[in-house]
Design a protein around this ligand. Sequence first.
Ligand code: ZN
Length: 182
Amino acid sequence: MILPVYTYNHPVLKTSTARIDDMSDELNEFIRDMFETMYNANGIGLAANQVGKGLAITVIDTAESEDADEADRPLVMINPVIEAFSDNELEFEEGCLSLPDYHDKVVRPSEIQVRFLDEHMKEHTREAGGLLARVMQHEIDHLNGIYFFERLSPIRRTLGNGKLKRIARGDIEPAYPVFQSP
Ligand code: ZN
């Protein structure tokens, strides 16, 4: 089932998400819905609060990218925590399904070490670089209530304010279903 994507400035996107202790049929179905929603919107990552559920779950599929490792996809991360960041940083253009039509270059560490549970509640610790590290950081930020534009320099952030206002007003209609904030 394709779920509506919650857009800026819905409060669920500013709320820290709750840890998952047990997997259930209901959660499994929700994860399937998250993938369906992400693929339908041509996204490569989606956090549970982007579809209105305050849970620490994110799904990622970077298959479209050149450096995608087949073993990495599709990826479910439950209760993810970034344990280490590289000193090396990279500037890369990001977009977000909750911020339709808003793109900007964000500086983030180029490599990370992340600990998470998979959909079978099995724990993994792994290192990631490239696009995967980028998407993981973007999605884990969502689970902590952080938008990518909050990582921009003050000047770049100011330049994006008009776009944010238009998104909040619902003036921008993406090609996928969205939940409009009241
Ligand atoms: Zn996003």
